[in-house]
Design a binder for this molecule. Structure first.
Ligand code: G16
Length: 546
C-alpha cells in the first residue's frame, strides 16, 4: 500500500537527512531561515509536509521557495506557498516546526501518520501531491533543493523544479496553476507578458510624455537582476531606460553585501556602486526580489529615502483619487484601506489618516499578517516600511469594474486604470519588479518627480537597531508587537524612557528571520531619536544580564 510505501521510501531516503541532535528550528516570519549548513534535515521534512499539504487540498499545487531573502550569503531558508499564492496557513506552521525538530526516522514516521489521521488524509489513496519548487541565487540552493526533493519522493509527490526564480515569480506560478491559467499563463514568460501588457496599456493610454521613464536599480547581486533585465530589455525597452547595478548574481558571496533594500533602509544611505545624480530616481531590491525601496538625492545632495510607507501613501492617494472619479456606484461602495506594522513611520500613519482620510490597520510583522487584513478591503494597500507589500483588489470590485458603465471619459479612464493596475501589481505577494513598475507608472501619470513624491510628508527621524542576545525567544509581545510582556518589567522601563523624548516612540521584538532582537525608535529630532535608540538598546541588554 502507499502507507507501506511511504514507510519504505522514508527508510530508503532518511539516513543522510537526519537532524543534528543539538539544533532546534522554528517556522518564523517567512519560513525556516538560518545558517544554510544546518538546514538539510529541515528542508527534507518540509518536502514531506508540502506533500501532505497538497494531498490535504486534493492535489492542488503547493510552492516551495528556497531563499533567505535579505539575509547574508551564508544563510538560507525555505517557505511554503499555498494554492492561491498566499503564505502557508498559520496552523500548518506548527506542524512544520514539529516535524523539523524530530530526531529519528521512527519519530518522523509516527508524526506523519498522526498528522494524516488527524487531518483526514488517506496515505493509501494512491493520489500523489503536486509541488513546484524554485530557489534564489545562493550557493547552498542546489543541494537544499535536492534534499527537499528527497522529502517529496517519500510520498511520490510530483514536482517541477523551476530552478532560479524570484520569490514572487514562484507565488505567481502557483496561483496560475491552481486557477487553471485564469491568473496568467503558467510560465516565466507568462509572468513577463502579464506585467508588461498591463504596463504598456497604461502607458499608451494615460501617460503624457515624450521621454522614456528613467530608473536605476540596485539588484543586491540577487536573482531579481537578471529577471528585471529580461523584462526591461525584451518587453519594455520602448518605455523605460533602465540601468542595473550590483547585478553579480553569479557571485553568491556578493549577495546583499553593501547593497539591497534592507541595507539601504536600515543604514539610510546609498548602496555601493551608485553615484547619484540629483533628483533622479533609484531603487533597491532585496536578494529574492520580494521587496523594493526607492531613493534619490535632492539638489543639495542630501539622501532621501522613499520606503514602503512612502509607496503605501503614494498608492493609497492614487487609488483614492481614481475611485472618487469613478461612477457613483463604485465610488460610494469601494472601501480603501492601508495596512502597516509598528515599523511604519508615525508621520506616514498620520498622513494616511488625516490627509488621505483612509483607514489604517496595524498588524504584526510578516506579509502573512498584513495580507489577511488587506483582503478585508476592496482595495487593500499593504506595505511594511522595509518595502515589502502589494495591493489586493476584492473579487466584488473586480467584477464591478468589468460591468460598470462609465458616463464620462474621466470615469472610463478611472475604471480602465484600476483594471490595468490590478493586473500590473502582483496580488499574490510583495514583488519588487511589479511594485517598481506600478510606482513608475503612477509617478508618470501624475507627472511627479521624486521630490514631488517625497513632499507629501516628512518622516520622523527613526532608527532600527539590532541587539544580539543569548535567547531571543524570551522577548514576547502583544498589541501588534508594540508592547513586551516578557522579559518582566522591561516594557515599563521602555515606556519611562520614551516619555522623556518629544514625539518619542519605541518598541522591541524578536526577529523572525535573524538571530537578533530588533529595537525601533523614532522621535521629533535626530539627536533625540539616536539617544532614545541607545537607551532602549541598553535596557534590552540589561534585561537579559548583558
Ligand atoms: C521577511 C518577511 C517580512 C519581514 C522581514 C523581517 O522579509 O517576509 O515580512 O518584514 O522578513 O522580519 P523580522 O523582523 O521578523 O526578521 P524577507 O524579505 O527577508 O523575506
Amino acid at each position: 500500500t502507499t502507507a507501506m510505501s511511504f514507510r519504505d521510501q522514508l527508510h530508503a531516503l532518511y539516513a543522510p537527512h537526519q537532524k543534528p541532535g543539538h539544533l532546534s528550528f522554528t517556522y518564523g516570519t517567512a519560513g525556516f531561515r538560518t545558517l544554510a549548513s544546518t538546514l538539510d534535515s529541515v528542508v527534507f521534512t518540509v518536502g514531506i509536509l508540502a506533500s501532505l499539504r497538497s494531498k490535504y487540498l486534493n492535489g492542488q499545487t503547493i510552492g516551495i521557495m528556497i531563499t533567505a531573502s535579505h539575509n547574508p550569503p551564508q544563510d538560507n531558508g525555505i517557505k511554503l506557498i499555498d494554492p492561491q499564492g498566499e503564505m502557508l496557513e498559520a496552523s500548518w506552521e506548527a506542524y512544520a516546526t514539529k516535524l523539523a525538530n524530530l530526531g529519528t526516522e521512527e519519530e518522523v514516521f509516527a508524526e506523519v501518520e498522526r498528522l494524516a489521521q488527524n487531518l483526514g488524509i488517506d496515505l493509501n489513496d494512491g493520489v500523489s501531491g503536486n509541488v513546484i519548487i524554485a530557489r534564489d541565487s545562493r550557493e547552498s540552493g542546489l543541494a537544499l533543493t535536492k534534499a527537499t526533493i528527497d522529502g517529496l519522493k517519500t510520498m511520490g509527490t510530483k514536482v517541477t523544479d523551476y530552478q532560479l526564480l524570484t520569490t514572487p515569480e514562484l507565488h505567481y506560478l502557483v496561483k496560475c496553476i491552481n486557477t487553471q491559467g485564469a491568473y496568467g499563463e503558467v510560465s516565466e514568460v507568462g509572468y513577463y507578458k502579464k506585467l508588461s501588457t498591463a504596463f504598456r496599456n497604461i502607458y499608451e493610454n494615460f501617460v503624457q510624455s515624450d521621454s522614456k521613464i528613467q530608473i536605476t536599480i540596485d539588484a543586491a547581486n540577487g536573482i531579481g537582476g537578471p529577471k528585471a533585465e529580461t523584462l526591461f530589455t525584451e518587453y519594455l525597452s520602448q518605455y523605460v531606460d533602465f540601468q542595473l547595478v550590483n547585478n553579480q548574481y553569479q557571485d553568491p558571496q556578493a549577495l546583499n553585501v553593501g547593497s539591497g533594500a534592507d541595507f539601504v533602509k536600515t543604514n539610510q544611505k546609498l548602496p555601493n556602486n551608485i553615484t547619484p545624480e540629483p533628483l533622479k530616481l533609484y531603487a533597491s531590491f532585496d536578494g529574492d526580489a520580494d521587496r523594493v525601496v526607492f531613493y534619490y538625492v535632492d539638489s543639495n545632495s542630501v539622501f532621501k529615502l522613499l520606503d514602503g510607507d512612502k509607496i503605501a501613501t503614494l498608492l493609497a492617494g492614487f487609488f483614492k483619487d481614481l475611485v472618487s472619479k469613478s461612477p457613483a456606484k463604485l465610488s460610494e461602495s469601494c472601501q480603501i484601506g492601508v495596512v502597516q506594522t509598528a515599523y511604519a513611520n508615525g508621520s506616514s500613519t498620520n498622513h494616511i489618516t488625516d490627509v488621505l482620510q483612509v483607514p489604517v490597520v496595524c498588524t504584526p510583522t510578516g506579509v502573512k499578517h498584513l495580507h489577511h487584513e488587506a483582503a478585508k478591503f476592496d482595495i487593500g494597500v499593504y506595505f511594511e516600511a522595509n518595502g515589502h507589500g502589494t495591493v489586493l483588489f476584492s473579487e466584488s470590485l473586480l467584477s464591478l469594474l468589468q460591468t460598470i458603465e462609465p458616463s464620462t471619459p474621466q470615469e472610463q479612464r478611472s475604471i480602465q486604470t484600476l483594471i490595468e493596475i490590478s493586473n500590473l501589481i502582483n496580488q499574490t505577494v510583495g514583488d519588487a519588479i511589479s511594485d517598481l513598475l506600478t510606482v513608475l507608472i503612477v509617478l508618470s501619470i501624475k507627472q511627479w518627480t521624486p521630490d514631488n513624491w517625497d513632499e507629501s510628508y516628512t518622516d520622523l527621524p527613526n532608527r532600527l537597531a539590532k541587539v544580539i542576545v543569548p535567547d531571543r525567544h524570551v522577548f514576547k509581545t502583544i498589541n501588534a508587537e508594540r508592547q513586551l510582556t516578557s522579559p518582566k518589567g522591561l516594557q515599563l522601563q521602555i515606556d519611562d524612557a520614551v516619555s522623556k523624548y518629544n514625539g518619542g516612540r519605541s518598541f522591541v521584538r524578536a526577529s523572525g528571520t535573524e538571530d537578533a532582537v530588533r529595537v525601533y525608535a523614532e522621535a521629533a529630532s535626530k539627536s533625540e531619536c539616536e539617544e532614545l535608540s541607545k537607551e532602549v538598546c541598553e535596557l534590552v541588554k540589561s534585561s537579559v544580564g548583558l
